[in-house]
Write a protein that binds this ligand. Structure first.
Ligand SMILES: Cc1cc2nc3c(=O)[nH]c(=O)nc-3n(C[C@H](O)[C@H](O)[C@H](O)COP(=O)(O)O)c2cc1C
Length: 503
């Protein structure tokens, strides 16, 4: 029987196990023009025990950026920065794909240089707001891409794929999920075009197919994966026909021979259908509402549901996750939910996992606590519903990244440990101050001012020391929870199971 701990050949690339680290935006690319930092190299190398690491979303072009301090793959400095990351992961024995994410309408002009404006298949504004680094702002109505611009955007994806290989990546994942540009072409509420790129299912899947074709031509199909999230409403997506769209998409990409299809699951029946259709490796980020993917999902490989399982939040709080999964735990829980943290300080949030039933409910994504998967976290603190909850989780992570950046800056502390705040820093702090109303709800700022945020460096924002993303992790063993990167009830620097603790 094949288990998640067995190796697998990913289109010629040997993976040590079938546990993937799901892509997670961290907003830590503070280097030149969105280039990765040493902290990112450390963070990814810590997680090299994954059979495959898929990086955070990485923009293929300036206009493809939708959040502050996300990395790019469109300049020499970015390629250099990423090389440090891939070298560190390879030195630690890992394999790493870059997720190429063009955010399309999800973003804001203040995040873009040179008067650029977010673009999309059609001028349809997303409901909600984005954290800009200087506070929250409503999404704007995007500019509709012209036919020539669509071709240029496809070429940008291909260039980014070549850059990824130059930077030492083992391959790339195309982000066709979660309401970003490729998903905006797939979806009926965001693609209102009547030309060759919209209308019928075949025309709506065309952009995804052409991006896949162009990147496969650029670096080889065996180095390209595609991530999709059929039926997921994150980022104000409303798909009328996921049971038509995604089988058609998989039919269309099948001849390309891509390395893998990575499905963010909403509906187990559709998952099984897509898996049957796709002849390459199948990676599943299973639907596990109301908790993050946990130890019971390891069995999905042995059960034949998928070839590889991807874990998101749990990988943030447990850099050595595969070893912990193999041992059955214990697991550091990402930052405890504010409701319990406020009263007990650190209530264990670990519990036994119920068997996951098949389901058709939309799944949770960061920032989507409202309309999809609801778990104890910022969204729950906000009532679990409504537009505010919709972006609270993601905002928390964006802000945490900003604070970490600020705290890491050389020269922040002057003589006697006094803070040196120039105008630029003050403006950023003011933006974060506006965000401050949310931080308590997000369970991030239990202290005050910078001191409170300082806790983030060892919690939500630290390089691999927790996430602030979720709680309610299931284990088959005794509860453990983490605060400040340490398992509560355990001495610092030692995990109860003998498994190396997160750093
Ligand atoms: C902090 C955070 C950032 C994320 N950023 C991305 C991203 O950049 N690209 C992406 O495809 N999914 C992103 N996701 C979604 C995850 O890949 C994953 O689908 C989600 O967390 C659910 O999996 P889990 O239950 O294992 O956490 C993010 C999730 C989190 C928690």
């Amino acid at each position: 029987m094949t288990t998640a701990f067995d190796p697998i050949d990913l289109a010629g690339l040997p993976l040590a196990n079938r546990i993937a680290m799901a892509p997670m935006t961290r907003s830590r690319a503070y280097g030149d023009g969105g280039s990765p930092t040493e902290a990112m190299a450390e963070y990814y190398a810590q997680r090299a025990g994954a059979g495959l690491i898929i990086t955070e979303g990485t923009q293929p072009s300036l206009v493809g950026q939708g959040y502050p301090d996300t990395p790019g793959l469109h300049s020499d400095a970015q390629v250099e920065g990423w090389r440090r990351v891939t070298d560190a992961v390879h030195a630690a024995g890992g394999k790493i794909f870059a997720q190429i994410m063009h955010t399309g309408r999800i973003g804001h002009p203040v995040l873009l240089p040179d008067g650029l404006h977010p673009v999309a298949p059609s001028p349809v504004r997303a409901a909600g707001q984005v954290f800009t680094g200087q506070g929250m702002a409503d999404f704007v109505t995007p500019r509709e891409l012209t036919d020539a611009e669509i071709e240029a955007t496809i070429a940008d994806f291909a260039t980014a794929a070549r850059n990824a290989v130059d930077a030492g990546f083992d391959g790339i994942e195309l982000h066709g999920a979660n309401g970003y540009l490729i998903h905006q072409f797939l979806s009926t509420n965001t693609n209102l075009r009547t030309d060759a790129w919209g209308g019928s299912v075949d025309k709506r899947v065309r952009f995804a197919v052409e991006v896949a074709r162009a990147t496969a031509d650029a670096i080889g199909a065996n180095r390209v994966g595609l991530r999709v999230s059929p039926g997921n409403p994150y980022n104000d997506i409303a798909e009328a026909d996921p049971h038509d769209t995604y089988p058609a998409l998989v039919d269309a990409i099948e001849p390309l021979g891509l390395a893998y299809l990575h499905v963010v699951e909403s509906d187990r029946d559709l998952t099984l259908r897509l898996r049957k259709q796709f002849s390459g490796t199948f990676i599943l980020n299973p639907h596990t509402a109301p908790r993050p993917t946990g130890v019971s999902e390891v069995d999905l490989v042995a059960e034949g549901v998928t070839d590889v399982v991807s874990f998101g939040s749990l990988f943030l709080a447990n850099p050595d996750l595969p070893a912990r999964l193999a041992a059955g735990g214990p697991f550091n829980t990402p930052t405890p939910p504010p409701s319990t943290a406020a009263t007990t300080g650190a209530t264990p949030t670990t519990r036994r996992c119920p068997r996951k039933p098949g389901t058709t409910r939309p799944r949770f994504l960061p920032g989507s606590g409202a309309s999809s998967r609801s778990r104890p976290g910022p969204a729950a603190a906000l009532g679990g519903h409504g537009l505010v909850a919709e972006f609270a989780d993601h905002v928390a992570h964006q802000a945490a990244g900003q604070v970490e950046h600020l705290l890491d800056e050389p020269g922040l502390l002057g003589a006697g440990g006094r803070l040196r705040l120039d105008r630029h820093r003050l403006l950023r702090l003011r933006g974060l101050g506006r965000f401050g109303g949310l931080r308590g709800l997000a369970g991030l700022g239990r202290g005050r001012g910078l001191g409170g945020f300082g806790g983030l460096r060892r919690g939500a924002a630290g390089t691999g020391r927790g996430s602030g993303a979720a709680a309610g992790v299931c284990t088959g063993r005794s509860p453990s929870t983490s605060r400040g990167g340490r398992s509560v009830g355990e001495p610092a620097g030692r995990g109860a199971s003998g498994v190396a603790p997160p750093e």
